[in-house]
Design a protein around this ligand. Structure first.
Ligand SMILES: C[S@@+](CC[C@H](N)C(=O)[O-])C[C@H]1O[C@@H](n2cnc3c(N)ncnc32)[C@H](O)[C@@H]1O
Length: 291
C-alpha cells in the first residue's frame, strides 16, 4: 500500500487500482477492516490502522501468488450463508447451490406432507449443502446430518455450523467413509452429495483448482465415477421408501450416472442441467411410497 493510505476511502481506492475490480477490492477491504457492507461505507472517513493495511497487503500478496480469492478472503457466499473457507475444503461453487436447491425442494415437500424430514449431506466439506438445508428448512421436525471422511473439513463445517443461528440444533456432524459415518439403522428421506467426480489425470481441471483445492475433494478414479458408484449402491439401504438420492455430477457424466441409478432400481431418474446448460445434477428415487 502507498503512504497516502490514511482513510478507509483511500484504502479502497488503492485496492481498486491494484486489483482492477471494484467488487473484489471491496471484499478484500471488508475483510481487512472487519467492516461489512454498509459499515465499510459509513467508515469511509475513518483512519485505517497499520494492522488493517498489513492484513490487506498480505491478502494481496497471496492473490498475486495465484491463491483463489475465496481462500484469501477466508469466506464465500453460498445461497443465504456466508461460509468460512480455507484450503482444508473445496470452495463452494454456484452450481452446487442448484444441487442444494434441488435437495431443499424435495425435503420441503416431504416435510409438508409428513411434518418431519431427515436429510444427509455426505462429503459436506465446508458444510455448504447441509447447512443450506438446515438454514432453509423449517425449524421444527428437521434433522440434517453432515459427514465427511476428512477431519480437517469437518472442523471447517463445525465452524460454519456455529454461524447458522437457531437452526444449528437440527444438525448432526459425523466423520467417516460415506454411509459408514451415519448411525447404524438411521434412515433418510433425502441423501445429497457433491462427491469427488474428476477423473484422475483429467486435463480439463484448471491449475487454480488442482494446485490449491484438496485432492481428496476432487478425484474419483479413472472415469471420475468411483464415488458416485458407491453412493448409488449404498443409498437404497439408507433411504426410506420413496426417498431421494441427489448427486452433483460432472458435465460429461449425465448418461453414465442415469444408467447407474436405473441399473440399481431407482425410479424417477432425472439429470438436470446447470445455468450453463451442462448436466450437473443426477436424481433418483428409492422405489415405494413414503410411509
Ligand atoms: C467435491 S467436495 C464437496 C464439498 C462440499 N459438499 C461442497 O459441495 O462444496 C467432496 C467432499 O467429499 C469428501 N469425501 C471424499 N471422499 C469421501 C468419502 N469416502 N467419504 C466421505 N466423504 C468423502 C471430501 O473430503 C470433500 O469434502
Amino acid at each position: 500500500m502507498t503512504d497516502r493510505v490514511t482513510s478507509v476511502r483511500a484504502l479502497l481506492r488503492d485496492t481498486v487500482e491494484r486489483v482492477g475490480d471494484r467488487s473484489v477490492a471491496r471484499w478484500l477491504c471488508e475483510v481487512a477492516t472487519g467492516l461489512d457492507g454498509d459499515e465499510l461505507t459509513a467508515a469511509f472517513d475513518d483512519p485505517v490502522s497499520d494492522r488493517m493495511v498489513a492484513h490487506l497487503d498480505a491478502m494481496l500478496a497471496r492473490r498475486d501468488a495465484g491463491e483463489p480469492l475465496q481462500y484469501v478472503l477466508g469466506r464465500w457466499g453460498f445461497r443465504r450463508l456466508d461460509l468460512a473457507v480455507d484450503r482444508r475444503v473445496l470452495i463452494p461453487r454456484p452450481e452446487t447451490e442448484l444441487v442444494a436447491g434441488a435437495a431443499i425442494e424435495l425435503a420441503t415437500e416431504v416435510h409438508r406432507r409428513a411434518g418431519a424430514v431427515a436429510v444427509a449431506d455426505l462429503g459436506t466439506g465446508s458444510g455448504a449443502i447441509g447447512l443450506a438445508l438446515a438454514d432453509e428448512l423449517p425449524l421444527d421436525g428437521v434433522e440434517v446430518w453432515i459427514t465427511d471422511v476428512s477431519d480437517d473439513a469437518l472442523d471447517v463445517a463445525r465452524a460454519n455450523l456455529a454461524g447458522i443461528g437457531r437452526r444449528a440444533v437440527n444438525v448432526r456432524v459425523a466423520a467417516g467413509w460415506w454411509f459408514d459415518a451415519l448411525p447404524p439403522g438411521a434412515m433418510f428421506d433425502v441423501v445429497v452429495s457433491n462427491p469427488p467426480y474428476v477423473a484422475v489425470g483429467s486435463s480439463e481441471i484448471e491449475p487454480g483448482v488442482s494446485g490449491w483445492e484438496p485432492a481428496a475433494a476432487l478425484y474419483a478414479g479413472a472415469d471420475g465415477l468411483d464415488d458416485v458408484r458407491v453412493l448409488v449402491a449404498g443409498a437404497p439401504e439408507r433411504l426410506r421408501a420413496g426417498g431421494w438420492l441427489v448427486l452433483e455430477i460432472g458435465a460429461d457424466q449425465g448418461a453414465a450416472a442415469a444408467a447407474l441409478l436405473r441399473d440399481r432400481g431407482y425410479t424417477d431418474v432425472e439429470v438436470r442441467p446447470d445455468l450453463a446448460g451442462r448436466d450437473r445434477i443426477a436424481l433418483g428415487r428409492r422405489s415405494g411410497t413414503i410411509g
